[in-house]
Write a protein that binds this ligand. Structure first.
Ligand code: SF4
Length: 423
């Protein structure tokens, strides 16, 4: 199966403007998971490289007739770059890409370095911002410390407050991202995000582990974490609180298999996602870097965007990502889950023995979340048949018929509505 590029709707780039970070999170896949590639790269992207990347993207968008380019300013910590350089980067992309396609900017940051001058820049370029924070101070400090082992919580909180100041362009609000630590209370993290930080659009991120590194004894804790977070969200009964992993899942569970087919087609054929290093090196999701050196051997200087996407390495990775691992072939959740690729990281499928032909390491936890969410959906009044039809596939459909779900369906009445986002 190879990707067709006749109708590409969006080109999305994770751009490493800084290959260094002002803090030192213990779980960081870039600096603390054994991959040292960053140390050979320019610490900060050079202007000549930005120009090359901008032409690479503009020419690629033109060739593929794509009208939508999104640049995610990423690191390391993107705010470690000098402000004038940051402005120059945005101006360069606008100058070179905007005659061809609409361009927007996003950024993922720890927010510690946000100040008034940065705020002016964010407003000027309408940069949509996600902040990484793992919940209340005592949880955040378990992994997100600075290079001298000090808490980063206050710095991040101060940054969030500045970003939330009135007059900001962030109409949908500041986004949040918490890496899941199975040893802490998910409900407490949820409440902290919503009640203390005032963040209404966030996600829980599974850590970058593989079958070779994962501690399986923690799986029940992950299951509990995911179900607890889901329950807390449902209890709020507030559609303005968006948790991507949950809203996305419920859309799949209720909108029918045609929706799933459309989504899969979009992801595979109409959406290009790539990471670009500070030296112009191009590759897939950079979370794969700890698995294998050499994924970023191509460079914007040497190939066109189309050649890069159609290169054997990228096509093999895409095909593997879309293919269902053998062990998932009889699973009732496969339409949505796709081996764990839908929620979670492709890296979570990897083992040195089988490559990507494994279910995600989080399979057992995700199955519990899916069953739990389906049960709650049915309890809230969504017809059992609708959920089954949405998940329908050609395998053992009867697996999706646990007695608890039938019972819940039969006993539905007047409970909280699950906040399904149907946009
Ligand atoms: S729940 Fe597990 S077995 Fe089912 S598709 Fe996902 S990873 Fe595969």
């Amino acid at each position: 199966m190879s990707q067709t590029l006749d109708d590409v709707r969006k080109i999305e780039v994770v751009l490493k403007v800084a290959e260094r970070c002002n803090i030192n999170c213990s779980y960081c896949y870039m600096f603390n998971k054994g991959n040292e590639e960053f140390s050979d790269l320019p610490a900060y992207i050079r202007q000549s490289t930005v120009e090359e990347i901008a032409h690479f993207l503009a020419n690629g968008a033109r060739e593929l007739n794509c009208k939508d380019v999104s640049i995610g300013l990423h690191g390391g910590e993107p705010l470690m770059i000098k402000k004038e350089r940051y402005v120059e980067i945005c101006e360069t992309f606008i100058r070179i890409i905007s005659p061809v396609a609409k361009i927007d900017f996003t950024m993922q940051t720890n927010a510690v370095l946000v100040d008034d001058e940065w705020m002016e820049i964010f407003k000027k370029y309408k940069i949509q911002i996600g902040v990484s924070i793992d919940g209340p101070r005592e949880y955040n400090d378990r992994a997100r410390l600075d290079h001298r082992g000090r808490s980063t919580y206050d710095g991040t909180l101060r940054g969030i407050r500045m970003l939330q100041d009135e007059g900001t362009h962030l109409k949908a609000g500041v986004g949040g991202l918490a890496v899941i630590d199975p040893h802490v209370d998910a409900k407490k993290i949820y409440r902290h995000m919503v009640d203390v930080l005032g963040i209404r659009k966030f996600d829980f991120l599974l850590p970058i582990e593989t079958h070779d590194t994962f501690d399986e004894s923690t799986l029940p804790l992950y299951a509990k974490y995911l179900c607890d977070a889901f329950d807390e969200w449902v209890a709020d009964d507030d559609t303005s609180i968006r948790i991507r992993m949950f809203t996305n899942m419920l859309s799949y569970f209720t909108r029918g298999k045609e929706f799933a087919a459309r989504e899969n087609h979009y992801i595979f054929n109409r959406w290009i996602l790539m990471t670009i290093d500070s030296n112009g090196g191009i590759g897939p999701d950079d979370a794969l870097k700890p698995l294998n050196g050499g994924l970023f051997a191509q460079n914007v200087r040497d190939v066109s965007l189309k050649e890069f996407v159609m290169s054997p390495l990228m096509q093999d990775l895409r095909a593997a990502e879309m293919a269902l691992p053998e062990a998932c072939s009889d699973c009732a959740w496969q339409t949505y889950c796709k081996g764990g690729g839908h929620y979670g990281r492709f890296a979570n499928r990897f083992s040195r023995r089988n490559g990507f032909d494994n279910p995600t390491i989080f399979c057992g936890a995700l199955k519990q979340l899916y069953a739990h969410a389906a049960k709650r959906l049915i309890e809230s009044g969504v017809a059992y048949e609708r959920v089954v039809a949405s998940l329908e596939y050609s395998g053992a459909r009867q697996q999706f018929a646990p007695a608890a779900i039938r019972t819940a369906n039969a006993s539905f009445g007047g409970r909280k509505t699950i906040p399904i986002h149907m946009a």
